[in-house]
Design a protein around this ligand. Structure first.
Ligand code: CTP
Ligand code: CA
Length: 224
């Protein structure tokens, strides 16, 4: 019995994960997006399911394939759709890990017809999207809430301020300055920062291994 519990330390836990980019429509044929592949979030979803968790993955557009068939995949396109899908699941889950590269801005209005080209400049008016992670932080009750931070400068400082501002239990800092890190490739280099501002730096490794490091840390913190 104990042995099985050790092998499946997340058995009985419900985990919600977000992954990938979001696409914000400009007109019927164009959007604002970003280079997130979704890999990091899909690896976390697979790894969590392998550790016995019941996993729901809310994903923006991505070509990545899930390996563990037990993961429930909810596909969304825009930040607004991701917000709605995530909040729908939140109440009943134990752990939320938000790795998606959500667009911070979207066109204020979506043109109903394809925008034709003219001479001179085209100006797009953008409005803020809702911060999904911050909204879950505000609603947090029993949940263990994990966010990501993508930074290019003042990395640790910025990540710590996001951790606090969004009421997180853990933040995964992705520094784009590190070689082998980032949201496009197959490897990543992260630093975990917990609620007490303690830093746990990891080396560059495949995203599947990074996923396991993150989950092991969460398991330890839940047991503590
Ligand atoms: N996030 C979110 N909803 C948004 C924007 C971000 O849920 N509309 C989440 C991301 O999934 C990530 C965390 O917030 O877990 C941090 O994202 P990041 O882009 O690093 O930080 P922002 O708070 O958006 O601030 P900025 O981009 O200005 O650094
Ligand atoms: Ca952002």
């Amino acid at each position: 019995e104990n042995e099985i519990a050790n092998q499946l330390p997340l058995r009985g836990k419900k985990i919600l994960i977000t992954a990938g980019p979001t696409y914000e429509a400009i007109d019927p044929v164009r959007f604002i997006g970003n280079h997130s592949s979704g890999k990091m979030g899909y690896e976390i979803a697979d790894a969590a399911a392998n550790l016995g968790a019941k996993v729901t993955l809310v994903s923006g557009p991505s070509n990545v394939q899930l390996k563990n068939a037990s993961v429930k995949l909810i596909q969304v396109t825009s930040a607004q759709e991701m917000y709605e899908a995530t909040h729908k699941e939140y109440e009943t889950i134990d752990i939320a890990i938000l790795s998606a590269a959500v667009a911070d801005y979207r066109p204020k209005s979506v043109a109903s017809q394809k925008i034709k080209k003219h001479t001179g400049l085209l100006t797009l008016e953008l409005e803020k999207t809702q911060d999904i992670l911050a909204s879950l932080g505000e609603k947090k009750a029993h949940q263990f809430l994990v966010g990501f931070a993508l930074e290019t400068n003042n990395e640790i400082e910025n990540a710590k301020s996001k951790l606090k501002k969004k009421n997180l239990d853990l933040i995964v800092l992705n520094s784009l300055n590190d070689k082998g890190a980032g949201f496009k490739g197959d490897t990543n280099k992260v630093t975990l920062i917990d609620k007490d501002n303690k830093e746990y730096p990891f080396s560059v490794k495949p995203k599947a291994e990074v996923a396991k490091d993150i989950l092991q840390h969460i398991i330890k913190q839940l047991d503590a």
